[in-house]
Ligand binder design. Structure first.
Ligand SMILES: [Mg+2]
Length: 182
């Protein structure tokens, strides 16, 4: 673990969890398909919440709110390696909007310890408005966090943001590496 003074002197990159580090959309599609015989693919929590109704929607909302799914979420391809490389050069801050679903906080911490044991947990931030973050970068799939954010936003492509324009966009972790590691 780097020394605190040295770590905090580095440029800071804040990284969102769902739909950025964790492939929440793929997991939810598989879970709903298995349970209800659906044929969902290439959806996110937001697009599923908008299109589902009845029992599948209720069950998905419960699953998300109780936080149990977090322990099972798969990593986005390439995420671990790129975050490990970022960690050599940046202060990597994990920034996740968890206040709507506070029961997800302990499983989110456990998930981060499992997959990213090299990160400093003192840089894990569970918040609501990410505009309060004073980081140099924010990688997120939700544009609502960018309005008023003082650093540089990087929009991580997800099914619910494909029509968004006006933001620097990355489609995958290889593009994050290109942008932040050169
Ligand atoms: Mg997200």
């Amino acid at each position: 673990m780097p020394d605190k003074t040295e770590l905090l002197s580095r440029p800071k990159v804040a990284i969102d969890m769902d739909h950025v580090m964790a492939d929440t959309g793929a997991y939810l599609c598989d879970w709903l398909n298995d349970r209800y015989g659906l044929e969902l693919a290439d959806e996110s929590f937001k697009t599923l919440r908008d299109q589902l109704d009845g029992e599948p929607r209720r069950a998905m909302m419960d699953l998300v709110a109780n936080g149990e799914l977090m322990r099972e979420l798969p990593l986005m391809a390439g995420c671990r390696d790129v975050v490990e490389r970022l960690h050599e050069r940046y202060a990597v801050v994990i920034c996740t909007a968890a206040m709507e679903y506070p029961d997800t906080i302990p499983p989110k911490i456990a998930w981060l310890h499992e997959h990213f044991p090299f990160l400093d947990p003192k840089l894990f931030v569970f918040c609501g408005y990410k505009q309060v973050m004073g980081t140099d970068w924010l990688i997120d799939d939700s544009v609502k966090h960018f309005d008023g954010f003082k650093g540089k936003p990087l929009l991580y492509t997800a099914p619910h943001n494909r029509d968004e324009t006006g933001y620097d966009r990355v489609d995958d972790w290889a593009e994050v590496a290109k942008r932040l590691l050169g």
